[in-house]
Design a protein. Structure first.
Length: 122
């Protein structure tokens, strides 16, 4: 009966260690930055590794053109590109956290997290 308790203690210790690592990972990802751009750099979006949008920059000449639909399309493309790169940062950080261990199902899970990649900038 008490044999299971030692396994539970080990499992609890491991869970606490993983929780600490995940907290550290979140802080690390918060400091990482990546950008997505569209329209030859006329729209640029910056996100961190937690997929928080930090900055949106639109070239003044694009705004002066007054083509609302074009601006909307370029912002959407740049955001999607930045988020895809942010997801990649997240996946790489998770892989490094496992220390190169072959964790069953990790690649499949990361594929689901990353999802389909958006098309390149127009």
């Amino acid at each position: 009966m008490f044999k299971g308790l030692s396994n539970f203690g080990s499992l609890l210790k491991h869970a606490q260690e993983m929780s600490g690592k995940m907290q550290g990972l979140s802080e690390e990802l918060r400091t990482h930055r990546t950008t997505g751009s569209a329209g030859g750099g006329m729209v640029e979006i910056e996100v961190n590794g937690l997929l928080e949008v930090l900055r949106c920059q639109i070239a003044p000449e694009l705004i002066e053109q007054g083509d609302r639909e074009l601006i909307e399309d370029l912002v959407t493309t740049a955001v999607n590109q930045a988020l895809a790169k942010g997801k990649q940062l997240h996946a790489e950080a998770l892989k490094s956290m496992t220390g190169g261990l072959d964790v069953p199902g990790l690649e499949e899970t990361l594929g689901k997290v990353l999802g389909p990649q958006p098309p390149e900038s127009p």
